[in-house]
Design a protein around this ligand. Structure first.
Ligand code: FAD
Length: 497
């Protein structure tokens, strides 16, 4: 390959005609999942042409998304709005409706010749882009790559197909080399006479979070581009031990960048370039930083798979899984969703997700395996629960990982591999600190996770009496942990016989 696929696709004639006259042109910057000023090709291209209308659209695709990720998106939007105001004196115009409806109207109103947006290549967004393209007339729609390290068409096997196995895929991306980040625009002029749009201060994108929103607030990581950049640098400062510790439930050694990557508060290309620069300058632990980048490549793999198979969140990748005899959902699913399975590592993880909107990666595998392999409940039920509850929800990573654990995906964990939630916990939470934290409701710090969990329980969930007071809750959890310890001792005894 000597020619790289163009990172930008422009369809329409508006841009070309105006460029012929070399006139500055008003363009719309349609903010989708690219909440950053740096390394934002769509913003850079729009700002280069003339004044821009920075617009966010609250459309049905967004409102169909899970509650926790909408809650998180609003924080990202607010942070971007503040950063843009600091730079230009103007914030984001927030419009409600379908993009195919509101953007052509706005283009006519302000005389915009083009719309620039980051490509977010998932099915609902593709649908919105197609509808918009049809409604645009002579206004050009330019979709810029920015969400991925490299265009999926650049990464092909020798026979021209897409990779289905992670290791050769990762090798191919490393060999091709990810795209380079683009500079932050020096000047951004904002178009005059923009409509007022919705008031960000009064916006509530996730009314369905109810009391859970206040709980997520208590545990929220700082949002926005600056916070993500700082998080990355801090992670690289202390990367030593990541490779060994990233599976430990009781240690906090991972980057915590998933939310920022999901919303585009930082681009994967920036993550790659900064990490490589620090490896080359010997300013981070090289092996650990490389391991971290191999995780970023799992995200990339997920997106390349989703582009190949857009139904990855709803259909088994492997045809032979179509007839799998899943058990009926019912009580088993409810107990799992409500963290009442009685298996400490599983319940602890599901509580962590309810309270913080995040869950340790190893625990995600444990709870997903428990649902699909112990309870034998269809992975799509678990995927939906995660999609509704995770603040770092990402359509590609969520779908690929659920299919990986279930065994129905490409390069998946074999169907006979079952994560044993007890031995996994013994290995990765050897002193029970993680389970104590989320089941007992305290961890020796000031965190009161029992109160938080109780506050976050939605209406309609069964709340056993023991969950209603911190003390009773603690006793219940202590009994569970004691039972677990007894089980561990029994196992040891049996093994030593
Ligand atoms: P780090 O260890 O610091 O990794 C750096 C980055 O690499 C992450 O931020 C993430 O972008 C990427 N990454 C790491 N592990 C994976 C992985 N297994 N698959 C894809 N990308 C990865 N991740 C999401 O971002 N959104 C999801 O909706 C999501 N759903 C998941 C569902 C299941 C069933 C499982 C098993 C995993 C899921 N993951 C998902 C992957 C993973 O659990 C999270 O990315 C990780 O826990 C985020 O923590 P971190 O940012 O500290 O990760």
């Amino acid at each position: 390959w000597h020619v790289r696929f163009s990172a930008t696709r422009c369809i329409g004639i508006g841009v070309q005609v105006q460029h012929l006259w070399n006139q500055p042109m008003t363009t719309i910057f349609w903010l989708c999942r690219d909440f950053r000023l740096s390394d934002n090709p769509a913003l850079a291209a729009a700002a280069k042409d003339g004044p821009i209308a920075p617009v966010f659209v609250i459309d049905s695709a967004l409102m169909d998304q899970g509650a926790a990720s909408r809650w998180r998106l609003q924080r990202g939007l607010a942070a971007f709005d503040t950063a843009l105001r600091e730079k230009t004196g103007h914030g984001v115009t927030i419009l409600r409706g379908e993009a195919s409806d509101v953007l052509p109207k706005l283009a006519r109103q302000i005389g915009a010749g083009a719309i620039h947006a980051s490509d977010w290549p998932c099915a609902p967004m593709r649908k919105a882009q197609d509808a918009l393209r049809k409604a645009l007339g002579d206004v050009t729609l330019c979709l810029h790559a920015g969400h991925l390290l490299i265009h999926p068409r650049m990464i092909r096997t020798k026979t021209g197909g897409s990779y289905k196995v992670y290791t050769p895929f990762a090798r191919a991306v490393r060999e091709a080399g990810p795209d380079k980040p683009v500079n932050r625009p020096r000047d951004i002029a904002i178009a005059a006479d923009l409509p007022k749009g919705e008031d960000l201060a009064k916006l509530n994108l996730a009314p369905d979070m109810r009391s859970g929103a206040a709980v997520l607030d208590r545990h929220a990581l700082p949002a926005g581009e600056d916070a993500a950049a700082t998080r990355l640098e801090r992670f690289l400062d202390h990367a030593k031990g990541y490779g060994e510790g990233r599976d430990r439930l009781d240690m906090d050694v991972t980057s915590g960048l998933a939310e920022a990557l999901a919303l585009g508060e930082i681009s994967p290309r920036t993550v790659w370039a900064r990490s490589m620069a620090r490896i080359q300058d010997d300013r981070t632990s090289a092996d650990d930083a490389r391991k971290f980048l191999s995780e970023v490549l799992w995200r990339e793999f997920a997106w390349h798979l989703l582009v190949e198979f857009p139904q990855m969140d709803s259909r088994n990748w492997r045809e032979d899984w179509m007839e799998f005899p899943w058990r009926p959902r019912g009580a088993g699913l409810e107990a799992w969703q409500q963290a009442r399975t009685g298996i400490p590592a599983v319940d602890a993880g599901l509580r962590e997700m309810r309270v913080t909107g995040r869950m340790h990666n190893r625990v995600r595998m444990i709870v997903a395996s428990y649902l699909t392999k112990h309870l034998m409940i269809d992975w799509r039920a678990g995927l939906r629960h995660f999609a509704d509850s995770l603040t770092d929800w990402d359509p590609a990573s969520n779908a690929m990982n659920w299919q990986w654990v279930a065994g129905s995906g490409p390069d998946a964990s074999p169907f006979f591999r079952i994560f044993n939630p007890v031995t996994q916990a013994e290995k990765f939470d050897p002193k029970g600190a993680y389970r104590r934290r989320w089941l007992l409701g305290y961890d020796g710090s000031t965190a009161d996770t029992a109160r938080d969990y109780f506050d976050a329980i939605p209406k309609g969930w069964e709340v056993p009496d023991a969950y209603k007071s911190g003390d009773a809750q603690r006793k219940l959890a202590e009994r569970r942990v004691a039972a677990l310890d007894a089980y561990g001792q029994m196992r040891e005894k049996l093994q030593s016989l």
